[in-house]
Ligand binder design. Structure first.
Ligand SMILES: *Cc1c(COP(=O)(O)O)cnc(C)c1O
Length: 418
């Protein structure tokens, strides 16, 4: 057992669903991202099932993995979307997603992005400051539209996660303090082209405990109560995303427990519940497949130099994040401890430190839990074309993004006139 559903050893060989990863590498080359349709579907269905009779909407956070095939799969399953840019909106529309189930988050929406979203008739803008609200009102007025709005409240709770992905503390750039939000809602009449429809928060990512979610939820309920007593009709409560996954030894709440707790905590209100899960829908549904180019043994350390790098998977370099790394063929005897590093010219270019396995040059490694914030954060640093993306559906494989070519990569650049 690998411990990752749909990615399992058969004998000594690692498979995704019914396809050997070795075969994917032979057919499509490395590095490549490989996703399991079954794992994606099961994760989504766990959320749906857990909500049971509750009026709810799951808005998949597109930034976790924005491949059109993945968006299309979730759209077919009935998912809504949480977007943070006009580009993500365009992806959702192209993937057949429903703009009426799409919410738009982010602290720096441009006027052009607001126009795109108003034209598409999205469900709601999650507004993060009074200045943004004033701008949105102007843009909507000029278009003769009414913008549906939810204020993103910063509930000032400690998500107990990595500081770079914690968003719900009062010193973070996100959201509006609860007291300020209350007074903005009360001045609703000042905004001719805004309709306040919801209340929103998102406290961070990779949360491995329920406590912070419940604390934030409590604060939101208090605010909701205040607003209602002042006669404001709020239609939905959006509790954001952030549920963590198991990368190594974490024990995050299960999807079932998380949703059950949110439902139990909001039992007495009639509002529709929205959530914006990203990582927990896609993280453990994908891996990064890479081949060992060289083994280098020095007196200090052993290095496995692989063909994937920090430009393909940035999380280790950016957050010192841990990803389990499994050999695709697990049959050799002599274990050694390796630093798994890429070809990029940075010491920060590593995928894993001190990993023990028995491998030879040319062997394949599978970097696990790479479905979220992997491809979507990739770059072309060192002029490295971005990896291909492959979707496995039982015994079938589909290219859902071609490997980039160097020609594509430099096509839009030009020299100065001579
Ligand atoms: C990133 C983000 C999410 C998704 O977070 P996950 O940790 O991937 O679930 C949801 N809502 C907002 C506003 C975000 O910025």
């Amino acid at each position: 057992m690998s411990g990752f559903p749909e990615f399992n050893y058969r004998g000594n060989e690692l498979f995704v669903e019914s396809v050997p990863l070795r075969k994917i590498a032979e057919t499509f080359g490395t590095p490549c991202y490989v996703y399991s349709r079954s794992a994606l579907t099961k994760a989504y269905q766990k959320f749906e099932t857990a909500f049971a009779g509750r009026d709810h909407l799951i808005c998949y956070a597109v930034k976790a993995n924005s491949n059109i095939a993945i968006l299309n799969l979730f759209a077919q399953l009935g998912s809504g979307f949480d977007i943070v840019s006009g580009g993500e909106l365009q992806r959702v529309l192209q993937a057949g997603g429903d703009p009426g189930k799409t919410v738009f988050s982010g602290v720096g929406k441009s006027r052009a992005e607001m126009q795109l979203a108003l034209n598409a008739d999205i469900l709601c803008f999650n507004v993060e400051s009074e200045a943004e609200l004033i701008t949105l009102n102007e843009v909507a007025q000029a278009m003769g539209k009414i913008a549906p709005v939810s204020l993103r409240v910063n509930p000032d709770v400690d998500a107990k996660t990595h500081p770079y992905i914690s968003t719900g503390l009062k010193e973070n750039k996100f959201g509006i303090p609860a007291s300020a939000a209350a007074s903005i809602y009360q001045s609703a009449h000042q905004y001719s082209n805004i309709r306040f429809t919801g209340l929103d928060c998102h406290i961070g990512s990779q949360l491995t405990e329920l406590g912070p979610f419940m604390q934030a939820g409590e604060k939101m309920l208090q605010l909701l109560n205040t607003l209602q007593s002042q006669g404001l009709e709020i239609e939905h409560l959006d509790l954001g995303g952030g549920l963590g996954i198991r990368y190594a030894h974490e024990t995050p709440p299960t999807i079932e427990n998380y949703v059950a707790s949110l439902c139990a905590g909001t039992q007495h209100i009639k509002q529709r519940l929205l959530i914006e899960p990203g990582r927990s829908l896609v993280g453990n549904s994908g891996i990064l497949l890479t081949r060992i180019e060289y083994l280098k043994h020095t007196s200090a350390r052993n290095f496995a130099i692989v063909d994937a790098a920090m430009n393909d998977l940035m999380r280790p370099a950016l957050y010192d994040a841990y990803h389990e790394i499994l050999p695709v063929i697990n049959n050799r005897a002599e274990l050694r401890k390796y630093q798994v590093v890429g070809p990029v010219c940075e010491t920060g270019d590593f995928l894993g430190h001190d990993r023990e396995f028995a491998v030879e040059t040319g062997d394949l490694l599978s970097v696990m839990s790479a479905g979220a914030y992997g491809m979507s954060m990739s770059s072309n640093y060192n002029t490295r074309p971005r990896a291909a993306e492959i979707m496995v559906d039982q015994d079938k494989t589909y290219v859902i993004r071609q490997r980039e070519t160097i020609d594509q990569l430099i096509a839009s650049e030009q020299t100065l006139p001579q």
